[in-house]
Design a protein around this ligand. Structure first.
Ligand code: M6R
Length: 365
């Protein structure tokens, strides 16, 4: 049932304040304002040598954001790879390593093959799953549920934000277990998570403006998305969403890599979407953005009011998201890139929920 929405994808984008609350209520103990994992862990975070994440598509981009969180807040080194590369690389794995597999469906063939490889290497096996009755869940020692409800749209939206909320919570638990967080910092991170449902609702309010921007975007042949730090995976996720449902070629790039090649592509016909909330990285990203502006590129900036104030000339459109703690800003910044892809596809009249050539669950290798 799509409710009042034209497509399942729209319904699932709009459900996110609710699904995020639901995920949070599993991972947080609201009374004490702390993360409390209900899962029985077959390992101690404190003893882990390393974490290895494997996943595909959108789940992989969630893992890329997770890597920043685990490294920064739990001081746990993380390797991440797309499952189809990981498994054939047959990487040597350290003793007492944790392997984490992220999958909405729990049935993705390459992710499952990577899991079996890691199990064979004696790693601890954990997975982050939406469909709990699934092969990957069954073959894991511990399953972290993302609890966003069934996702029908082939383009993943609410599962991505639920994966992020779960990863953020687990990273806090790991940080505490590893003695990497002061109680004060931990409290700040948890408060940022608790504020998410309302911040995501506020981000959804940019829809009307995004409909207009999407009308322009639907005439583009190529679109570049730029981000730095945890916003880099959000840029890649935004590009994937646009490719999947509008069939417009798009690429997500690390903002700092722009001048090492892709800047040669920039002209007036190339929209460049810059994801840069005001944080310690924003200044650098915004200066990369000025390099694009100087070459006539059409810039669409996703930021907050503070970020918008620090930008000079050259931005065609600014999409405002609420100002949030930088810990959770990748989750809030996801909303505008989802809406941009969705409305571009609607403007083009493509089959949003069933894009050509794609299946909801990829069970071939
Ligand atoms: O079910 P999974 O999370 O394992 O699926 C992984 C990818 O196939 C999936 O995220 C795919 O990239 C989506 N179509 C993205 O919108």
């Amino acid at each position: 049932d799509k409710g009042n929405h034209r497509h399942f994808m729209a319904k699932e984008i709009y459900e996110q304040p609710e699904t995020i609350s639901h995920t949070l209520s599993h991972y947080l103990d609201m009374a004490s304002g702390t993360v409390s994992l209900r899962e029985d862990l077959p390992f101690d975070f404190d003893d882990l040598s390393r974490m290895t994440i494997s996943a595909c598509g959108t789940a992989y981009y969630a893992g890329c954001v997770g890597k920043y969180w685990f490294e920064r807040h739990a001081r746990l080194p993380v390797d991440i790879d797309v499952a189809s590369e990981f498994r054939y690389r047959e990487p040597p794995l350290e003793k007492n390593g944790l392997s984490l597999f992220i999958s909405q469906s729990g049935e993705t063939a390459d992710t499952l093959a990577a899991l079996r490889y890691c199990a064979g290497q004696g790693q601890h096996i954990a997975s982050l799953i939406n469909t709990l009755e699934s092969t990957i869940a069954r073959e894991s020692q511990v399953v972290f549920p993302i609890l966003c409800g069934p996702e029908i749209g082939v383009a993943s939206t609410k599962a991505f934000t639920a994966q992020l909320v779960s990863l953020a919570s687990i990273a806090i638990a790991a940080g505490r277990a590893r003695g990497a967080l002061t109680p004060q910092v931990e409290r700040g991170l948890v408060e940022a998570l608790i504020g998410l449902p309302s911040a995501v609702s506020q981000a959804l309010a940019a829809e009307e403006q995004i409909v207009e921007i999407a009308r322009h975007l639907s005439r583009a042949k190529d679109v570049l998305y730029l981000g730095r730090g945890p916003m880099f995976p959000i840029a890649m996720e935004g590009a994937l969403k646009l490719k999947e449902i509008s069939y417009i070629h798009a690429e997500g790039y690390a903002a700092g890599e722009l001048k090492h090649g892709p800047i040669a592509l920039i002209d007036e016909d190339m929209p460049v979407i810059v994801v840069a909330p005001s944080d310690e990285l924003a200044e650098k990203t915004l200066s990369n953005m000025q390099e694009v502006a100087a070459r006539g590129g059409r810039i669409i900036l996703i930021t907050d009011e503070e970020g918008a104030r620090t930008v000079g000339h050259g931005v065609a459109e600014t999409i405002l998201m609420p100002k949030v703690d930088s810990f959770v800003s990748p989750i809030v910044a996801t909303v505008p890139v989802q809406l941009l892809a969705y409305h571009t596809a609607v403007a083009m009249g493509t089959d949003v929920d069933q894009p050509r050539n794609l299946a909801k669950s990829v069970t071939v290798e």
